[in-house]
Ligand binder design. Sequence first.
Ligand code: FES
Length: 197
Amino acid sequence: MSDSQDVNASRRNLIVASATAGGAAAVGVAVPFAASMLPSERAKALGAPVEADISGLQPGELQIIEWRGKPVWILRRTKEMLDGIKKSAASVSDPNSDVPLQPAYAKNEFRSIKQEVVVLEGVCSHLGCSPQFKSAESKAEMGQDWNGGFYCPCHGSKFDLAGRVYKGVPAPVNLAVPPYAFLSETRILIGEDRKGA
Ligand code: FES
């Protein structure tokens, strides 16, 4: 599948909604982190927690915010996506998240507080590139054991939709889950977990 076909496939299946600007962009391309998506300069300088409003985040959509200079993905997973994570268990190298790259409350099958909403640092655990979303329809490109996830084009690492790294790729460990907490059904605090789930 060509890059442009893949981008189109991604468009059909997943829309990136910006955290605050309300704009949308295709996943699978380099998503610019517009100034309007960023927390305040003061918050950035302090490395402070940032708040995400996910009230408009629909199933299958990915929202990107920036925290401590890194992209953080908030993906509202569909039932099909959760089923895909189950199917990927045999293909990933740390299915139980034994490497401590997540808070204790995210050390579970779906690596999240709520099954449908996952929060991941969008930074490849190999050398720090930002992986791209690849839908479950990308099996021809990604392999028959692909059930949707993230692909890092820098050196070919693959991650499932829980951020678990596939076996046999350069990235050594899963994507990190930052500390986070639900302030309400529609508001997530990224970077701090003191308020709990
Ligand atoms: S930085 Fe992602 S595979 Fe190397």
